[in-house]
Ligand binder design. Structure first.
Ligand SMILES: Nc1nc2c(ncn2[C@@H]2O[C@H](COP(=O)(O)OP(=O)(O)OP(=O)(O)O)[C@@H](O)[C@H]2O)c(=O)[nH]1
Ligand SMILES: [Mg+2]
Length: 260
């Protein structure tokens, strides 16, 4: 029998992009997930205290789309990590897939991630850096920011990955809960902490090339969020146990096409 899947999507000020997500959930998501050998149980979209019409677009969409499960983030606006953690806590599937509202990494790519889990990985992360990735439309500035950020992450934390910020991540819900419960990062560097905690828990992580089409509409402030993420990575480094940090000495060489 196919394992069940919950998709968790954080949403902040997404009134304009949410209708496209709702349509994808209504028309294609179950088939995309079934082709990956999984059964889609729900798409939890966590509205992170948006002040635009995100909540009403999601509520309206859910009326005609039973798989869509809007969830207000507890305590109002708290950041992407905060919202993802709330979604993970609410997930009912055996596996959980983290994704973004803009579906710049299409849900159909879950097939590649699931293959990695079937191959023995505990966590599969989508990658725009791994050989074979099909990446389109990324502005040069974002590409540069992403590379720089991922270099910083590798140097600071010892993580071997080349694209921590790719939206798609697939893992067992029980693992995701255990990791998310212990996490401190409420903003965009949540993804980095998830991987740091996975490493500390002894979980194996596979970085899997995926198709990705950058959506130019963005909630990311290149200065404020870059500074916040650098600060969060520095804090993460201080929280790490030394053996995990030093694991960077065994890091395998790879391309460094890294993006935020
Ligand atoms: N919960 C929450 N989610 C957010 C916040 N900011 C962005 N998001 C969500 O995070 C996801 C990614 O946001 P984007 O604005 O596309 O940013 P990105 O894809 O990381 O960066 P770009 O490369 O600029 O697209 C979307 O689902 C957003 O709704 C926030 O403050 N809180
Ligand atoms: Mg995006």
């Amino acid at each position: 029998m196919a394992a069940t899947l919950s998709v968790v999507v954080p949403a902040y000020q997404e009134a304009a992009r949410a209708p496209r997500l709702v349509a994808a959930v209504r028309d294609a998501a179950a088939d995309d997930v079934a082709r990956a050998g999984l059964e889609l149980l729900e798409v939890i979209v966590v509205d992170d205290g948006s002040t635009d019409a995100t909540a009403s677009v999601l509520e309206e969409g859910a009326r005609s789309t039973p798989l869509l499960r809007p969830l207000p983030a507890p305590g109002g606006h708290g950041g992407k990590g905060h919202a993802v953690a709330a979604g993970i806590a609410a997930a009912r599937g055996e596996l959980v897939l983290l994704a973004d509202c803009d579906l710049s990494a299409p849900l159909a790519e879950v097939a590649h991630l699931h293959q990695a889990l079937r191959g023995g990985a505990d966590v599969a992360i989508g990658s725009r850096a791994a050989a074979g990735a099909d990446v389109r439309n990324t502005p040069l500035t974002r590409e540069y920011m992403g590379r720089t950020f991922n270099r910083l992450v590798r140097a600071a934390t010892g993580l071997p990955h080349h694209d921590t910020q790719c939206p798609l991540k697939l893992l067992r819900t029980s693992d995701a809960r255990r990791l998310a419960e212990a996490m401190q990062t409420r903003g965009f560097a949540f993804d980095v902490e998830l991987l740091v905690r996975a490493q500390e828990a002894g979980l194996s992580v596979a970085e899997v090339p995926i198709a990705f089409c950058h959506d130019l509409d963005s909630r990311v402030d290149p200065i404020a969020h870059a500074l916040e993420m650098a600060r969060d990575v520095a804090r993460l480094r201080r929280s790490q146990r030394k053996p995990e940090r030093d694991a960077r000495r065994q890091v395998q060489p790879a391309g460094d096409e890294l993006r935020l």
